[in-house]
Design a protein around this ligand. Sequence first.
Ligand code: BG6
Length: 512
Amino acid sequence: MTESGSGKWVNPLRDDTDKRLPRIAGPSGLVIFGVTGDLARKKLLPAIYDLANRGLLPAGFTLVGYGRRDWSKQEFCDYVQKAVREKSRTEFRQHVWDHLAQGIEFVSGSFDDAGFDSLASRLRELDAARGTGGNWAYYLSIPPQFFSTVCHQLQRVGLTYSEEDSWRRVIIEKPFGHDQKSARELNEIVNAVFPESSVFRIDHYLGKETVQNIMALRFANQIFEPMWNGHYIDHVQITMAEDIGLGGRAGYYDGIGAARDVIQNHLLQLLALVAMEEPVSFEPSALQAEKIKVLRATHPVHPLNKTTARGQYAAGWQGSEYVKGLREEEGFDPESTTETYAACTLEINSRRWGGVPFYLRTGKRLGRRVTEIALVFKEAPHQPFHAGQISALGQNAVVIRVQPDEGVTMRFGSKVPGSEMEVRDVNMDFAYTQAFTEESPEAYERLILDALLDQSSLFPTNEEVELSWAILDPILEYWASGGTPEDYPAGTWGPPAADQMLERHGRAWRRP
Ligand code: BG6
């Protein structure tokens, strides 16, 4: 705290220009394990600075990096500052940084006993010096094989027990297992140390504004919900397409593949939000209960050889650049059979969604980066036009554009101006950038703040994670039982089998 000109004590991390009195975290600190990794550098550290810059962190907020490097406090501060200057969303303000930097600490250690003993004594000193009040969140940005060691070490040195007036939480990054069985084992390990209410599993898609807008769109309005069901909707397409390749990510990705990387988590969470019933409130337990219900009713459609597709990118033209295929990427097995494209057909056994296929697809090195959810409508039961007049009319659609140009599109037919009656598809668009002046926070800003505030609505529970694996496991087992992914040239929209999946039913993927 510093004294302002008016003689009042003010928190310099608080942005008083924001009159909506945002939710501000109480006294607390964050320890990051894996702080030298890519995720911390590109997302977590910049998000912490952005929160500080927006005035959403408490004055004594303390960030502790834990890692094997022999860094001094100053060396770690320099590392954090570099990440912040390179990647933060908000502008760099020296006074905000100077204040934040006072609470930046580094504890050098590995996952052995001695390191955790020093961590424990350092955190106690910091509680006294910085007023963190014993409130610590531990961010595990480390491979899951170390979750157990870290949780047990934290427990051994007494850092896991929430007391009456203080709390301890753990924030966990994916991958959360590689199938239902391993996810369950991981949950048991984590829950043996931290009660479920103190576990915050990150699915960064839930931190995106546009994903939260699915709930606003559906439940704050009257016009959509009456047609949000199988009476009107023919099918749903959920697409997460990326143009980037996997250079530099072999260690994580080879052997994991697209389905485990993003369908199990991001795409199934999108499906749950789009398909769930209205929750009784937006309290975590109410929201999670609805997601769990819909995930429990979701299953792959059989036979899997006709309802799923997988591919691997081969060399090709990505825009004006000729790029390598996966098997030529550094670090990947030249014989790798890891899929970089995955598509599947799911059904939801409920009155609302019976008979409506949900087509999910994701891929790397596709035509362009786009994530969207398209609800494609049935054709009108009767058309008072003759065929020629509506030959350019497709199916109506509501498209939730998650990224990059965030918004919602409604697609419907309209009369082409002229003396003839001719109907053609048109789009009616809502774009975030035009409708609002506020910039959306980064997903990690929202999620880190929510974890500090004990708001768990945007974090999948152990049950959601396990149910999501249960949906995917039969498909992964089928793929593992034989065959290899089809090659598709970089810059295209995936393997032919993905198109055939829909063509069989007279449907086609949208070309976003
Ligand atoms: C991550 C996946 O969870 O999400 C990556 O591991 C993927 O493979 C990334 O590239 C995409 O995130 P975003 O926010 O850029 O869509």
